[in-house]
Design a protein around this ligand. Structure first.
Ligand SMILES: Cc1cc2nc3c(=O)[nH]c(=O)nc-3n(C[C@H](O)[C@H](O)[C@H](O)COP(=O)(O)O)c2cc1C
Length: 163
């Protein structure tokens, strides 16, 4: 591979076990800052972030406690006036999430994306207001174990050519 960004994209993995090394707040906020250059319609910047503290984290009762991640963040997508705009917000925050994951990965840090935050009782624990979508809860840390790549379908099989 010659292009660095292709290498960063293709070597990112979902990480489920972390070692004890901390991550400085200045680091993860820098990745969030970079993530905010994601495309977003009408520049509405629909992302919001919750930093999960120890009390809230314990209440979530995640099966592995997010693999022992030193940092746990929640990504929210803002409410919208219409279903179409709401979908667009979720799309933009998903772009934000991927930017964030890649920035962290480039610094040697992995993430565990858990979708459990969308469940009603977890929304309540997180204090998520009505109309917001929970995009994910992200455990963040230095990988204790990096799994093998999960092979993808060759992209040619996904391309349809219209006349
Ligand atoms: C919207 C979304 C939700 C996900 N939720 C979970 C989850 O709840 N638990 C989990 O183990 N992985 C979750 N993942 C991670 C996927 O399982 C993972 O990305 C996939 O297996 C591919 O592996 P890779 O990220 O290492 O390439 C989620 C990913 C996305 C995009």
């Amino acid at each position: 591979m010659t292009n660095r960004i292709l290498e960063v994209i293709q070597t990112r993995r979902t990480i489920k076990q972390f070692d004890a090394r901390p991550i400085a707040e200045a680091q993860w906020t820098a990745w969030l800052e970079a993530a905010s250059y994601a495309p977003n319609h009408r520049m509405n910047e629909p992302w919001e972030i919750l930093e999960v503290g120890p009390e809230t984290r314990a209440k979530l009762r995640h099966k592995t406690d997010f693999g022992g991640a030193p940092v746990v963040l929640v990504l929210l997508s803002k409410p919208a006036a219409t279903a179409f705009e709401r979908d667009e917000n979720v799309m933009a925050v998903s772009c934000f999430a991927q930017n964030f994951l890649l920035a962290a990965h480039d610094a040697g840090v992995g993430a565990y994306w858990a979708s459990m935050g969308a469940l009603p009782h977890n929304r309540e624990i997180l204090g998520v207001q009505e109309g917001y979508d929970v995009i994910g809860i992200f455990g963040l840390g230095y990988p204790a174990d990096t799994p093998a790549v999960k092979p993808r379908t060759p992209i040619a099989a996904k391309i349809q050519r219209l006349p």
